[in-house]
Design a protein around this ligand. Structure first.
Ligand SMILES: O=C(O)CCC(=O)C(=O)O
Ligand SMILES: [Fe+2]
Length: 215
């Protein structure tokens, strides 16, 4: 085991402003954790309802549609309304990264057969976005999926089943690139039912301007 320091201090419980969240370590390095009941059923339903009419075919970073990600998605504006802002604040407190470093919250919807093939969330060294690269990810499951739709880390032999309100966390800001490379992950095809997730990506440096003024 190397002596790398994680962004998130490892704890069994995280006390946030309005709730305490129980955590399980799924993998130590790179750190991968599962959180229980980060969002209430009601909050999950509210996110789905707000996102549903705004879904578009998912684009990759370079703005092309692709067979790699066949789901549909949307981004909320940063601090779009008090409800979104409350959730963003809870997420950034949990992820231990200031809200100014948070991209807009993304919602993805997968129908049966839809998937997100193995990929990294960080940008490759040739991407202009790599200057202020992503460092960590939180995937919040907004519903229970009847069959399929697990998030899989093929290099770590790890599989996470979606459960409404729970969340999957992983980070890739290690000095050893081999650790970051182990965070390769995919969303395997939904077999029955549908799958809704909210994804929060954090950047190494600030990406928000006006997050500075509101609290
Ligand atoms: O839907 C999932 O389980 C994975 C989503 C994902 O990898 C992403 O949004 O980057
Ligand atoms: Fe991802």
């Amino acid at each position: 085991m190397s002596e790398e320091i994680s962004i998130l201090p490892i704890q069994s419980f995280y006390s946030l402003d309005d709730r305490t969240v129980a955590a399980t370590v799924l993998h130590q390095e790179p750190l991968i954790m599962k959180f229980e009941r980060l969002l209430t059923d009601d909050e999950c339903r509210q996110l789905i309802k707000a996102a549903a009419p705004r879904l578009r075919d998912s684009k990759l970073v370079n703005n092309v549609t692709s067979q790699i990600r066949t789901s549909r998605g949307m981004f909320f504006e940063e601090e779009e309304n008090p409800f979104i802002h409350r959730i963003e604040k809870r997420i950034s407190a949990l992820m231990n990264v200031p809200i100014e470093h948070a991209e807009g919250l993304q919602i993805l919807h997968y129908s049966p057969g839809q998937e997100y093939q193995a990929h990294y969330d960080f940008f490759g060294p040739n991407s202009p976005s790599a200057e202020n690269n992503r460092i960590s990810t939180l995937i919040i499951y907004l519903n229970d999926v009847e069959a399929g739709g697990e998030t899989v880390f093929p290099l770590l032999d790890l599989e996470v089943k979606p459960e409404r309100g729970s969340a999957l966390y992983f980070e890739y800001f290690y000095r050893q690139q081999e650790l970051n490379n182990l965070t390769l992950h995919s969303s395997v095809p939904v077999i029955r039912g549908e799958k809704w997730v909210a994804t929060q990506w954090m950047r190494r440096q600030r990406v928000r301007e006006y997050g500075l003024i509101s609290s």
